[in-house]
Design a protein. Structure first.
Ligand code: FCB
Length: 452
């Protein structure tokens, strides 16, 4: 049996996000976020689910910390809810909201678990959205002000910082495809949002560095390679467009190449004004790149004359017909594409270090006699980690891996209907039960590797 062994010091963890697990939406002075508004708007989230209670992690912090110890986590990636810290988006800092993260961080450190804190994982204060949100340039100083408040309180203990989670999802899924909060379908708006997210990232980097001595900072992007059905030129052109939309639109400016010109051309008049000072700020050097990746995107040339992107993704039925195995999200399972993606990022961009900040899968788990046997999830993790090991062999500077997710949680527009957790959550009782995959992951972390 071949052994997959990771380099010494490899960081092993699991990830979550505030709105997906915390609940307690009115506790201790928290303000409303755009996800409270969105999830309470009929027709936006499957089954009308909201994050009002979620996993109630806010009230179950100590038990969840102990659960992390049982699982054998070495690192934990969580996000901070901006509306708990600055309920109105700007101005008054709510120390009671910060107290929660203070207890979380101390609880992690006492248990020997390294905190990785994400500043923005999508729960924008509604008060800021009411003033234009990410579309408006004023969001940049608002974000640095919020960053200052968080880093001022936690920067003596948290030394791994992520500014944003998945700017593609925030900008395009939320403002062009309309699937996530705030639910707009306006390409120009989405491009402004993307630009301000990136500028705010660059502006926050020095704030984090000065408030967190010895700290390391990065941004997390969601990436996925494009795949075509054939190597016909039109199919390859669709793949290039997908790559521009999903990957290069963010990586190119972050690594000093500016926005990719083929995509600027596609976006045409929707493109916002961009100056050199902004591009310099976006390319502020960082310590690592966080990569979230779940699947490649299989695309074809678009059938819609008014689609500026130039490609359409294949439907789940078409993917199945083409021989792809799918998760409960309808995402194709292609481990080698995950490894190839990491190799490609390391080759094309000057990344000093990479953390896989999310990877995992949703399946229709069943509870049988109080146990959750989820061999497909274990198999998914095993095969993706083996592909990651190949990328490391090829020279990619991968320093760690975080499974998504610690526990089942509010999966955004799909509510509680999709389960990504290593730990099962019973949403009636909120009882947590580690799945079989959690036991496998425990041993993998302990041994820094596994038998394939
Ligand atoms: C990512 C998100 C994360 C989770 C996973 C499944 O896009 O960052 O919050 O929803 O997908």
């Amino acid at each position: 049996m071949p052994r997959i062994q990771f380099p010494d010091g490899f960081v092993w963890g699991a990830a979550t996000a505030s709105y997906q697990i915390e609940g307690a939406v009115h506790a201790d002075g928290r303000g409303a976020s755009i996800w409270d508004t969105f999830s309470h708007t009929p027709g936006t989230v499957l089954n009308g689910d909201t994050g009002d209670v979620a996993c109630d992690h806010y009230h179950r912090l100590d038990a969840d910390l102990d659960l992390m110890v049982d699982l054998g986590l070495r690192a934990y990636r969580f996000s901070i809810a901006w509306p708990r810290v600055v309920p109105d988006g700007t101005g008054q800092v709510n120390q009671a909201g910060l107290d929660f993260y203070d207890r979380l961080v101390d609880g992690l450190l006492e248990r020997g678990i390294t905190p990785f804190a994400t500043l923005y994982h999508w729960d924008l204060p509604q008060a800021l959205q009411d003033r234009g949100g990410w579309e408006h340039r004023d969001i940049v100083p608002a974000f640095t002000e919020y960053t200052q408040a968080v880093v001022g309180r936690l920067g003596d203990r948290v030394v791994r910082w992520i500014t944003h989670n998945e700017p593609w999802v925030v900008s395009f899924l939320g403002n062009y495809e309309g699937v996530h909060a705030p639910g707009q379908t306006d390409l120009g708006a989405a491009l402004s949002v993307a630009h301000h997210l990136l500028v705010s990232h660059g502006a926050a980097v020095p704030v984090i560095r000065s408030g967190s001595p010895g700290g390391e900072v990065g941004i997390t992007v969601n990436l996925g390679l494009g795949r075509a059905r054939t190597d016909a030129p039109a199919d390859m052109e669709a793949v290039r467009a997908l790559d521009g939309y999903a990957n290069r639109w963010f990586l190119d400016p972050l690594y000093g190449k500016g926005y990719p010109s083929d995509m600027v051309e596609r976006f045409g008049a929707a493109m916002p004004a961009v100056n050199d000072a902004d591009l310099d700020l976006i390319a502020t050097p960082t310590d690592f790149l966080g990569i979230n990746s779940y699947n490649p995107s299989v695309v074809r040339p678009t059938a819609k004359a008014d689609n500026p992107l130039g490609f359409d993704p294949l439907t789940a039925d078409e993917l199945t017909a083409a021989g792809y195995e799918l998760t409960a999200m309808g995402w194709p399972i292609v481990p080698e594409a995950f490894g190839q993606l990491i190799t490609r990022v390391a080759r094309d961009y000057e990344v000093p270090a990479i953390y896989i900040t999310e990877n995992g899968a949703a399946f229709d788990d069943e509870v049988v006699d109080g146990r959750i046997d989820d061999p497909r999830r274990t198999d998914f993790l095993r095969r993706h980690l083996a592909a990651l090991r190949v990328a490391i062999d090829e020279g990619a500077p991968v320093r760690g891996y975080f499974a998504w997710s610690l526990m089942d949680n509010f999966e955004w527009a799909l509510g509680y209907a999709r389960r990504f957790g290593l730990v099962h959550v019973d949403y009636e009782t909120l009882e947590r039960t580690p799945k079989a995959s959690a036991h496998w992951y425990h041993d993998t972390m302990a041994d820094n590797g596994f038998d394939l």
